[in-house]
Ligand binder design. Structure first.
Ligand SMILES: *Cc1c(COP(=O)(O)O)cnc(C)c1O
Length: 224
């Protein structure tokens, strides 16, 4: 199948999963994760109607952005953030899904230029509390959300998770836990509309649990 055929098939599966979960139609948007994929494939996906693309590695992303600057793409940064990269991330992306500490949020806020719209932010939560994983622990999300919401060039939109791999229980349980955590923040006064969860192997379960953005790479572009 071509990229555009795979994209159509994924979009159909997303609509089916929304329906099955009694979610509103188009409640879930698709972020096409294009790390390590070619510029030609991104172009093909864009012409097939895909507007949001996610990248993990800054230098690679900047090269692609330059090569694709004729297209009106919404760029999402979803990789881990070293503080010396924060300036270029703040200047060149519309969204950052992977903020897990205040020092990074402050740098993104500092470097977001005032003429740009506020940078959309998701807090990455280490939902399975894995020792080697990035993300803020669930019990520390509230404090970080409070600090980020005071930074005026950032707009806190919600939470992002990457559940444990190859663990049925993890992928079934973690999205539900993330949804409850999000609801708890909303009940405490944060206006959040985004839950970034679900990848190629688990997006349907994530949609059932309340995801609003699924991040899908392999199932659209093939193996990296
Ligand atoms: C690579 C990546 C994805 C996409 O994973 P696939 O399994 O290729 O769909 C999603 N989210 C993050 C944070 C990633 O790094």
């Amino acid at each position: 199948m071509s990229v555009s055929e795979k994209l159509n098939a994924i979009n159909q599966k997303i609509r089916d999963a929304e329906k099955k979960a009694h979610r509103d139609i188009n409640a879930v948007s698709l972020l096409a994760v294009s790390k390590k994929q070619s510029i030609e494939k991104i172009r093909e996906a864009f012409y097939a109607g895909q507007k949001k693309f996610g990248e993990n590695y800054l230098q690679e992303a900047l090269l692609k952005q330059r090569a694709l600057s004729d297209l009106d793409i919404e760029w999402h940064f979803i990789g881990s953030i070293q503080s010396n990269k924060a300036k270029l991330i703040a200047e060149n992306f519309n969204w950052v899904h992977s903020v897990d500490r205040l020092s990074i949020a402050e740098k993104l806020n500092h470097y977001r230029t005032p003429i740009q719209a506020p940078l959309n932010i998701c807090i990455e939560v280490n939902i399975d509390e894995e020792k080697t994983k990035s993300g803020v622990l669930p019990q520390n999300v509230f404090a970080l959300a409070k600090q980020i919401s005071e930074l005026k060039h950032l707009k806190l939109r919600g939470l992002m998770i990457i559940p444990k791999n190859n663990q049925k229980k993890g992928t079934e349980g973690a999205p539900g836990t993330a949804f409850l955590l999000q609801q708890e923040l909303i009940s405490k006064g944060f206006s959040l509309d985004t839950l970034s969860m679900g990848m190629s192997h688990d997006f349907e379960a994530a949609i059932a649990a309340g995801s609003t953005i699924v991040r899908i790479g392999t199932a659209i572009f093939g193996e990296r």
